[in-house]
Each structure stands twice: as structure tokens, then as C-alpha cells.
Design a binder for this molecule. Structure first.
Ligand code: NAI
Ligand code: MG
Length: 473
């Protein structure tokens, strides 16, 4: 069986203990992973600290550092098959999505943040007193990045690319369900010319494990986390004791409003993508679908037809659109919501359990608005659909959640589009589309969906220490 090791200070590092990573399609372990703890966390933080203090990474110009990040992006593209296979075996994502989206986006993340940092300007403040002030954006130091399993490579690179581009050194802990691609990435980084200790990867769990050791350590200068809201609370509390700034991208229960004046073909196609992409294991999923009454019946009929046409199965098959859920634990969680439905209220129009750990695209109607399926993040291919009457009710339904990561709306009325976009309480609003990203735009959520924003200048602000220099002229 393959062995997935830590990468600390530019070298492969093993631990005495290991844990298996399970292929959710075969439901068999496919690799052994070194299980880090306090000692590995400490070693990785020390290596990152040394690489920061002794250089040359933080002192390099943006051009030189950017060239290395671009070389890493080249290597990611050259090793696309291998990286895609790693995420596929770890969490069951279909190969077509990995090759079309996750891997190219990973390369783009490194290219984008390298270029963004190089082209970024800094403020100057001409002062009445005959002084002149200006800002320097200096690297923050050692960045701890804790990632989830749903887009392993893509989200890890989203965090570490800006951290690295701004001259920080990094300790990355991938999710225990999806460790493989992070080790590959760290090896590619060394090949690209990263000095040892600039990008360290340690494997293990969260509580009482390497994740907790990293996030409670005073050696971390920044913590960037993506995962569940409750984990975000734990990490935020741990970071507070050391006054370590945190950026938290957490869960969601995205609302999707389809107005009667929408282009229904497009609205159906995007709404399908919004909930069933990555088997619904997407923080941004449009898992609450609200359809204006006059088109409700027609929309639901067409949506169910499109859901039933999706190809569910073996993630290696290029035709597969929905693979298995990422783990047995997660499969039990998602199907638990379906099992509880008779008690909580609501009716399954289509979907339910599939082969192995797959769940077919599932549509629930008539669920009471306070049912668990309407309130909680299911993180699976399960949508709840409700009708609404008019704009005010639509907006009220959409905003009736403790989350606020994103919302979608479909309308051909340009005034309504702007009006409703302004009223929705969410970090991102997509109008007549879904998941379209400009990496300069802020990304993050309100309420239980997170703290802070990343992307472009927002990542710059988080991963640097801005310094004011005031000169007398
Ligand atoms: P999770 O919170 O269970 O785990 C995420 C990571 O945190 C893992 O690496 C885990 O080992 C680590 N961890 C857990 N407890 C920890 C602790 N006490 N200290 C330090 N590290 C700890 O999340 P999961 O189940 O892996 O991912 C699914 C969740 O992620 C969903 O809720 C989803 O909405 C959210 N997510 C949010 C995104 C966003 O951008 N807002 C994007 C993707 C996922
Ligand atoms: Mg979890």
C-alpha cells in the first residue's frame, strides 16, 4: 500500500503511527498516512519559522518569488493526472471535474496570487504638516492553513498561494480524509525551487491531534481555516489565547431564488449545478431552492427530470457527474437526514440511496421551514424546494438562516436583480449563474459562514502586516 508522509523542512518525514485513507468508491483503504501529533506540529512550525527568519523567501522580490510560484503552477499542470487521481482516491470526486476544474484552478491560484502580489501598489499619504507617510505590506510570518476534504487541492492552494506570494512560510494540514494531494504538492514545490521549510505539510486529525497542536501554538502568526462552523469556533477560541488573527471560511445553506420572469432553461441548468456539483459537498451549494409560485410546478417538474438524468457512479468513469460521498461517516450523516424525513416532515420527489456510498440527486418538497433539512447544512446532493409569492417573501425566506455564505437569484428583470442582490445577506450573490469566480473579488461569509474575506486585496490584507512609515520631508 502507498505511504503518504509529512513534508517538513524540505524532507519526507514519517511518524510511528499511521492511519488509513479510504477510497470511497471501493470502500477499501488505499494508502497509509503518517499520523502527526504535537511533535510533528512543533517540527513543522520550527522549520517554517527558521525559513522565515533566515530567508531568503520573505526577502525575495515579488518577481523572483513569483517565478517560483509560476514554476509550481507549471508542475501542477504537468502532473494533473497524478494530482487528480490522489483527490479521486481520497474523496471520490469524479475525474472529469478534477481535470476540468480542481487541477486547473489550483495552478491558477498560484499564478494569480503571484501576479497579484507583483502588481499590487501600496498607499501613500501626503501630509499637511510637511511629512509623508506610506504603507509597506510585510509578510506576517508563519501561516497555519487547515483545509477540508471537499476540494482538497483547490482549497489548499487558495489558502497557501496568497500566503506564499506575500512572503510567508506555511504549515498546511490537509483534512484527514484527503491527505494525498498535499504531499504531492509539497514535493512539487521543492522541485519548483521552494527553499526547505517554506511549505510544510503535516497529516493527522483535528482535536487532540496535529490540527489542535498547530492552532493552539503561539508560533502561528496567522491561521486560515476552511471547514465546519463548529470547528471554526474551536479554532477561533484557540487563536484568541495567542491573539493570532484568523480567517474562517465556514459552512453554508445557500438560498437560490428563481423568479417567475427567469429564463427557465438556464435557471434549471444552473440550479442543478448549484446543488449537485461535487455531490453537493460544496459550502456554496444552493441547497434551499425557492421558486416563485407561477412557475413552481413547471420548474420542479423540469428540475426533477434533469436531476434524474445525472450520471451517478464510478468516479473514474469520465461520464460520471456524481461520485460517492467522501467517507462512510459522511454518507451516514447525509442519509440520516433522509431517514429522519418521515418524522421531521417533507417528501422525497426523487433520489435517495444509490450504490455503495453514493446518494442520487435528491429533491425534497413540502418540508416545514423549521425542519432540519431546511436549517442545517446537509453537505450532500439534497435540495429542499419551496414556492414563494413575490419578491419580499422570497428575500425573507432566503435570509432566514444563520448562515450567509452565498445566494443565487434568477430573473430577467435588471432592476429586480440589483434590488434583490442588495437585500440578500450573503458574502457572494450570483445572478443568473453559480460558482463563477473572479479571484480579485472578496470571498467569505456572514453570520455562521465565517469571519473575514480572502481573494485579491483581501488576502493581501490578511497575510501581511501593513506598516506605516512616516518621513519628515
Ligand atoms: P471540519 O471542520 O470537520 O474539518 C476541517 C479541517 O479542520 C480538517 O483538516 C480537520 O482535521 C481540522 N480540524 C477539526 N477540528 C480541529 C481543531 N479543533 N483544531 C484544528 N483543526 C481541526 O470540516 P470538513 O468536514 O472537513 O469539511 C466540510 C465543511 O467545510 C462543511 O461544513 C463546509 O461547509 C465547509 N467548507 C467551507 C468552505 C468555505 O469556503 N466557506 C469551502 C469548503 C468547505
Ligand atoms: Mg467534518
Amino acid at each position: 500500500m502507498e505511504r503518504i508522509h509529512h513534508v517538513i523542512d524540505g524532507r519526507p518525514v514519517t511518524s510511528d503511527a499511521t492511519f488509513p485513507t479510504v477510497d470511497p468508491w471501493t470502500r477499501e483503504p488505499w494508502a497509509e498516512v503518517d499520523l502527526g501529533g504535537e511533535a510533528e506540529a512543533r517540527a513543522a512550525l520550527d522549520a517554517a519559522r527558521r525559513a522565515f527568519d533566515e530567508g531568503p523567501w520573505p526577502q525575495m522580490g515579488h518577481g523572483e518569488r513569483g517565478a517560483i510560484l509560476h514554476r509550481l503552477a507549471d508542475l501542477v499542470e504537468a502532473h494533473a493526472d497524478e494530482l487528480a487521481e490522489a483527490d479521486l482516491r481520497d474523496m471520490g470526486k469524479p475525474i472529469s471535474a478534477l481535470l476540468a476544474k480542481d487541477v486547473p484552478r489550483t495552478a491558477l491560484n498560484f499564478r494569480f496570487f503571484a501576479d497579484h502580489a507583483r502588481m499590487s501598489a501600496a498607499e501613500t499619504y501626503p501630509m499637511d504638516s510637511g511629512h509623508h507617510a506610506y504603507t509597506r505590506y510585510e509578510p506576517a510570518g508563519v501561516v497555519v492553513a487547515i483545509a477540508p476534504w471537499n476540494f482538497p487541492l483547490m482549497l489548499e492552494s487558495w489558502k497557501i498561494a496568497p500566503a506564499l506570494a506575500w512572503g510567508n512560510t506555511v504549515v498546511l494540514k490537509p483534512a484527514e480524509q484527503s491527505p494525498a494531494s498535499a504531499t504531492l504538492l509539497a514535493n512539487l514545490a521543492l522541485e519548483a525551487g521552494f527553499p526547505p521549510g517554506v511549505l510544510n505539510v503535516v497529516h493527522g486529525f483535528g482535536p487532540d491531534s496535529v490540527g489542535e497542536a498547530l492552532t493552539t501554538s503561539p508560533l502561528a502568526d496567522r491561521i486560515t481555516f476552511t471547514g465546519e462552523s463548529n470547528t471554526g469556533r474551536a479554532i477561533s477560541a484557540a487563536a484568541a489565547r495567542n491573539l493570532t488573527p484568523v480567517s474562517l471560511e465556514l459552512g453554508g445553506k445557500g438560498a437560490n431564488l428563481v423568479f417567475a420572469d427567469a429564463d427557465l432553461d438556464e435557471a434549471v441548468a444552473w440550479s442543478i449545478k448549484a446543488i449537485y456539483t461535487n455531490a453537493g459537498q460544496v459550502c456554496l451549494a444552493g441547497s434551499r431552492l425557492y421558486v416563485e409560485r407561477p412557475v413552481y410546478d413547471e420548474f420542479v417538474a423540469r428540475f426533477v427530470e434533469a436531476a434524474d438524468a445525472m450520471v451517478v457512479g464510478d468516479p473514474h468513469d469520465p461520464a460520471t457527474q456524481i461520485g460517492p460521498l467522501a467517507s462512510e461517516e459522511h454518507f451516514e450523516k447525509v442519509t440520516g437526514y433522509l431517514d429522519d424525513l418521515p418524522r421531521d416532515g417533507g417528501k422525497i420527489l426523487t433520489g435517495g440511496r444509490g450504490e455503495g456510498w453514493t446518494v442520487r440527486p435528491t429533491v425534497i418538497v413540502d418540508a416545514p421551514l423549521d425542519a432540519r433539512v431546511c436549517r442545517e447544512e446537509i453537505f450532500g446532493p439534497v435540495v429542499v424546494v419551496h414556492p414563494f409569492e413575490g419578491e419580499d417573501e422570497g428575500v425573507a425566506l432566503a435570509n432566514d438562516t444563520r448562515y450567509g455564505l452565498n445566494a443565487m437569484l434568477f430573473t430577467e428583470n435588471v432592476r429586480r436583480a440589483h434590488r434583490v442582490a442588495a437585500e440578500l445577506r450573503a458574502g457572494t450573490v450570483w445572478v443568473n449563474c453559480f460558482f463563477v469566480r473572479d479571484l480579485r473579488a472578496p470571498f467569505g461569509g456572514v453570520g455562521d459562514s465565517g469571519v473575514g474575506r480572502e481573494g485579491g486585496e483581501f488576502s493581501k490584507k490578511f497575510f501581511t502586516e501593513p506598516k506605516a512609515v512616516v518621513m519628515e520631508i
